[in-house]
Design a protein around this ligand. Structure first.
Ligand code: AOF
Ligand code: ZN
Length: 358
């Protein structure tokens, strides 16, 4: 019985330190793509002797930072890593070699690396070196942490999240909630974590492109979708500098201003080819910012469900009542919104409710 209890405690500690790895990994959220976020903790005699995370593609991996942090104390330590240590020469040398050289005693891995050039080879290498390896600790948490990276590795497409705002009468609207695009707001936070944001050309023509206000945020690549554009597509809110951070995807050749924006003409203008193109360009995740039913994104989204092209949905319920003379006016402009007062949000048995006064 004592042995059983002892084991239970060991796995509790495994889970505890892998959770810490995930916390560390998330410090680089929005900066590691196309690499995953990874955290590493070194523990010796029940004491944390080193911590590290992967800050950015091209820089050393999490294990290397933790080993540097621990110095000689890494010897005989347990290394906790949220993702299987790599065993290949990429932009950086293999972490397995660094762990073996530092003479760690055992390695606890959150999940195996879906990257085909790593997949289980890292674990094998460590075991062959006589290191005890436990795999699959807090695995759901680790999978969630790198859902976009994993999706791209397995499918060759970018992980897509559909975001939209609905009025209280169920109409897709072009308004972000109060404070949502300010520091700490949900929209500002989403933009920080995504490698790209897909917007319609109607939106790019008429409003400023979305910006994350989070401290240290890297802005997403703007992916502007246009179909049947006959005249010059003018994007007034892009200056020459930010133009390099935007691409236009069109169904036919189109002239764009400012001229620095790169244009790709797609043979087939559908979500599948767009997500493939983005993955090929190194993007793991993309936010599809759906704001106008009449706009160029609507047809793209027609079949997303059956083709399993969108992985996640974020819907904001805005406390306004929209009035519009007709469906065609629901695109940018044309409709009128009545904000509700004294709004209350409730969740009752899984149903989200908004109550407010007109
Ligand atoms: C780890 N620890 O912190 C990360 C890993 O080009 P490189 O050298 O940066 O290699 C990138 C690949 O390494 C990446 O696709 C993934 O398989 C793995 N990432 N592995 O052991 C880390 N970031
Ligand atoms: Zn590595």
């Amino acid at each position: 019985a004592a042995g059983v209890r002892c084991q239970a405690q060991a796995s509790d500690m495994d889970a505890h330190y892998i959770r810490r790895c995930v916390e560390l990994a998330r410090k680089a959220a929005g900066h590691t793509s196309p690499n995953p976020m990874v955290g590493c903790v070194l523990v010796r005699d029940g004491q944390v002797v080193g911590e590290g995370f992967h800050p950015k593609a091209g820089q050393p991996h999490a294990e290397v930072f933790a080993l540097r942090d621990a110095g000689d104390l890494a010897e005989n330590a347990t290394a906790y890593v949220s993702l299987e240590p790599c065993n290949h020469y990429g932009r950086t040398p293999p972490c397995t070699e660094a762990l073996i050289k530092a003479r760690v005693k055992e390695v606890v891995v959150g999940m195996t690396d879906p990257n085909p050039i790593v997949a289980s080879k890292g674990i094998e290498k460590l075991r062959n070196a006589g290191i005890d390896v436990r795999v699959g600790v807090e695995e759901p948490l680790c999978l969630r942490l790198n859902e976009a990276y994993i999706h791209r590795m397995l499918t060759g497409k970018a992980f897509a999240t559909l975001r939209t705002t609905l009025s209280m009468n169920g109409i897709v609207i072009n308004q972000i909630g109060n404070g949502a695009d300010q520091p700490g707001g949900y929209y500002s936070q989403l933009l920080k974590e995504y490698d790209g944001v897909i917007v319609s050309s109607d939106m790019a023509k008429t409003t400023s492109l979305p910006v994350s206000r989070e401290a240290g945020a890297k802005q997403p690549l703007y992916i502007i979708i246009t179909q049947g554009e006959s005249s010059t597509l003018q994007i007034p809110f892009l200056d020459d500098e930010s133009a390099s951070n935007a691409i236009v995807l069109a169904d036919s050749p189109v002239t764009v201003e400012p001229a620095g924006v790169s244009v790709s003409v797609l043979d087939q203008m559908n979500l599948e080819s767009i997500l493939q193109l983005l993955a090929d360009r190194g993007l793991c995740s993309v936010l599809v910012d759906f704001r106008d039913i009449g706009g160029s994104l609507a047809s793209l989204l027609n079949k997303f469900q059956e083709d399993k092209l969108v992985q996640k949905v974020v819907v904001e319920l805005s406390p306004v009542w929209m009035v519009s003379p007709g469906l065609s006016d629901l695109a940018f402009g044309g409709s009128q919104s009545f904000p509700l007062k004294n709004v209350e949000r409730k969740e009752v048995n899984g149903t989200l409710l908004l109550e407010g006064y007109l």
